[in-house]
Design a protein around this ligand. Structure first.
Ligand code: SAM
Length: 279
């Protein structure tokens, strides 16, 4: 690495509790030449809390095209620069992708300073499967597009994670119930790491009732974590296992009917499997 070239640091900041800024983040924000901030006034509150007096400059979706060449030029001339967003990890439903992409294309070192992100905070405390998950960010604002997006996701056999704001939490929960079914389990994480942190857990019908009954429950910031759809291959394996036992005890058609209803798999598919030699 050319020592004359500066580094771009992607620094995660708290999602609510100011105490969640890491000591490494504080050190980097203190020593860089410039902090690019989504909102400089918002950043000022965090920086003054930690006594950091580094110069800040506004960097957001509206000015990034104009700012990126200037920032790249500064980095190429040896300045170390940090990027922060209003909360959490920059680039995660926040500005910065264009800058990091440009920095990489220009051979500039980009180094993450890991820390809070609402999606990981919600997932790890949700009680839903964490081994495989799919982050979907914000759903489209228009009802029709929202339903179309959810419809495409309804059979995803991994945990789904969405961001949502207070004014769209109820419409989004309703739309999810429509597409995923009222009985699908989900977790709504509200105001993580803040005074009114609340986790709602249950089937969509219960979540809608619980959050809908009181407007206070709809205030703040939300992450919705949705239980994966059943893994169809795994369900079919289990269904075929039961079928193999039942066909020895009753007519094939009856066995297929029972297994199809139990596992909600296609009866005709089971019938074909049952008639295969060796089954
Ligand atoms: N970059 C951030 C991150 O790493 O989590 C996300 C920024 S995005 C513009 C803001 C959304 O993140 C909110 O609308 C909400 O869905 C979620 N979020 C942020 N802070 C949260 C918190 N304390 N509790 C629950 N959700 C939060």
């Amino acid at each position: 690495m050319d020592s004359k070239i500066g580094s771009l640091y992607i620094v995660a900041t708290p999602i609510g509790n100011l105490g969640d800024l890491s000591s490494r983040a504080i050190a980097i924000l203190t020593r860089v030449k410039l902090i690019l901030a989504e909102d400089t006034r918002h950043a000022a509150r965090l920086l003054s809390h930690y006594g950091i007096s580094t110069k800040t400059r506004s960097f957001h979706d509206q000015n990034e095209n104009a700012e990126i060449p200037k920032v790249i030029h500064m980095l190429q001339n040896g300045a170390d620069i940090a990027l922060i967003s209003d909360a959490g990890t920059p680039l995660i439903s926040d500005p910065g992708y264009g800058l990091v992409h440009a920095a990489r294309n220009n051979g500039i070192n980009v180094s993450p300073i890991p820390g809070p992100s609402a999606l990981i905070a919600a997932l790890c405390a949700s009680g839903l499967a964490t081994d495989r998950f799919c982050f979907e960010g914000f759903l489209p604002a228009k009802p029709q597009q929202r339903l179309q997006t959810l419809d495409r996701l309804k059979n995803t056999s991994r945990t789904l994670i969405f961001y949502e704001s207070s004014h769209r939490i109820m419409p989004s929960l309703q739309a999810m119930a429509t597409c995923f079914g009222m009985d699908r389990i989900a977790v709504v994480a509200r105001e993580i790491s803040k005074k009114f942190e609340t986790f709602y857990f249950g089937e969509f019908k219960n979540l809608i009732a619980q959050i809908g009954q009181n407007p206070v429950n709809q205030k703040g910031e939300f992450v919705i974590v949705v239980c994966a759809a059943p893994d169809n291959d795994l369900e079919l394996d289990r269904a075929v296992g039961l079928l193999a036992l039942l066909v020895n005890e009753m007519p094939v058609k009856t066995a297929c009917k029972i297994v199809a209803e139990t596992f909600r798999v296609n009866k005709n598919k089971l019938y074909k499997i049952a008639l295969q030699p060796g089954k």
